[in-house]
Design a protein around this ligand. Structure first.
Ligand SMILES: Nc1nc2c(ncn2[C@@H]2O[C@H](COP(=O)(O)OP(=O)(O)OP(=O)(O)O)[C@@H](O)[C@H]2O)c(=O)[nH]1
Ligand SMILES: [Mg+2]
Length: 312
C-alpha cells in the first residue's frame, strides 16, 4: 500500500464508508483551535493528513493547509464557523481558479458530439439520458447513441430511455464495433439536423488497456466523421469511489480528450471531495452533478453548494 509523505496509509481501505469530511471536521476543528493558540507542528500535520485522506490530492492539500496556518496565525480564524467558512471559501477558490467554463460544448456546425466515458457503473447511461432531457427542454434536438455493445442489456437500457424521453436512438449490435456505431450516428444526426449526439459507451476499468484503446478509437473515428468531434468528452465519476477516481481520471485523460467531469451519486452519503483534485489535475471543470436516478436528477455544478456539502 502506498504511503503519503507523512508515512500514513493512503489506500482506499483506510477511508471506510463514513464521510471523511466528518473526520476532517473533528480533527481539523480541534487542530485549528490549537493553531489559534500557537502554532503546533503536530496540529498542522494532522490537518494535512485529514485532507489527504479526504482525497483532496497532495498539491491542493498543501495549499489549503498553508492558508489555514497563515490565517490562524493572523487571527483571521478564531471560531468553528470562521474555520468552516474559510475552508469552504478556499475550496470554491480551488474549483473556480481560471474561471472555468462549465457550459456544455457546442460545435460551430451541428451536430455537437458528446461522449460519455467512465468505469463500470459510474452513471454514464443515466447521465446521457438526463442530459438529453435537459437539452430537449432547452429546445435542442438530441440523438442518443447506444454504443455500449459490450455489456448485456446495455443497448436495451438506452432504447428504454429513448422511448421514455421521446428521443431517437441509433443502436449498435451486441458485440459490434462501438466506433462504427458512433460514426453512423453522427451521419444520422447530420441527415436529421439533430443538434446533439449523445453517445453512451461501455464501462471499463482504466487498467484494461485493450478496452481503453477501443475507446480512444471511438473518439478518433467520431473526429473523422465530424470535424472537432467529440466536442465534449465527459468523464463520469461515482462520488462514492474515493481516491481511486484520480487514477481513473488520469488514465482516461491520457487516452481521450476529456473536457469535463460529471460527479454522480452525490445524493448519497458520499461528498465526492476527490473531484477537487481530479478537476485541478486534469485542468477540466466539473460540469454536472448527479443527484438521483431519475430523468431530472442532473444539475449544473455549483462550487459553493458543493463546498457546503463537503464542509457541512
Ligand atoms: N442515487 C443515484 N444513483 C445514480 C446516479 N446516477 C446513476 N445512478 C444509478 O447507478 C446505477 C448505474 O448507473 P448507469 O447509468 O447504468 O451507470 P453506467 O456507468 O452506465 O454503468 P455501466 O454501463 O454498467 O458501465 C443505476 O442504478 C443508476 O440508476 C445518481 O446521481 N444518484
Ligand atoms: Mg451504461
Amino acid at each position: 500500500m502506498p504511503l503519503n509523505r507523512i508515512g500514513r496509509k493512503t489506500g482506499d481501505e483506510t477511508f471506510g464508508r463514513r464521510s471523511l469530511w466528518n473526520r476532517i471536521k473533528d480533527v481539523a476543528l480541534m487542530d485549528v483551535a490549537v493553531l489559534v493558540k500557537g502554532i503546533d507542528e503536530d496540529a498542522v500535520e494532522r490537518l494535512e493528513e485529514s485532507l489527504l485522506e479526504a482525497d483532496f490530492g497532495v498539491p491542493a492539500t498543501l495549499h489549503l493547509v498553508d492558508e489555514v496556518e497563515t490565517a490562524a496565525k493572523q487571527g483571521r480564524i478564531g471560531t468553528r464557523q470562521e474555520f468552516r467558512d474559510f475552508v469552504r471559501a478556499r475550496i470554491v477558490e480551488l474549483l473556480e481558479e481560471g474561471d472555468p467554463d462549465r457550459s456544455l460544448a457546442r460545435a460551430q456546425e451541428p451536430p455537437t458530439v458528446v461522449l460519455l466515458v467512465g468505469v463500470n457503473g459510474a452513471g454514464k447511461t443515466t447521465t446521457m439520458a438526463r442530459l438529453a432531457r435537459r437539452l430537449e427542454r432547452e429546445g435542442e434536438s438530441v440523438l442518443l447513441v447506444a454504443a455500449d455493445t459490450f455489456r448485456a442489456g446495455a443497448i436495451e437500457q438506452v432504447e428504454a430511455w429513448a422511448e421514455r424521453l421521446g428521443v431517437p436512438v441509433v443502436a449498435g449490435q451486441p458485440k459490434g464495433d462501438p466506433a462504427a456505431v458512433v460514426y453512423d450516428a453522427v451521419d444520422a444526426a447530420t441527415r436529421r439536423g439533430a443538434s446533439y449526439v449523445l453517445a453512451d459507451t461501455a464501462g471499463r476499468l482504466h487498467t484494461q488497456k485493450d478496452l481503453m484503446e477501443e475507446l480512444a478509437k471511438v473518439a478518433q473515428v467520431a473526429g473523422r466523421r465530424k470535424e472537432g468531434a467529440p466536442h465534449e468528452t465527459l468523464l463520469v465519476l461515482d462520488a462514492t469511489t474515493g481516491h481511486n477516481a484520480l487514477a481513473q481520471a488520469r488514465t482516461f485523460a491520457e487516452r481521450l480528450p476529456v473536457s469535463g467531469l460529471v460527479l454522480c451519486k452525490l445524493d448519497g452519503t458520499a461528498r465526492g471531495g476527490v473531484v477537487v483534485a481530479v478537476s485541478r489535475e486534469l485542468g477540466v471543470p466539473v460540469k454536472y452533478v448527479g443527484l438521483g436516478e431519475g430523468a431530472d436528477d442532473l444539475a449544473p455544478f455549483d462550487s459553493a453548494a458543493f463546498a457546503e456539502g463537503l464542509v457541512p
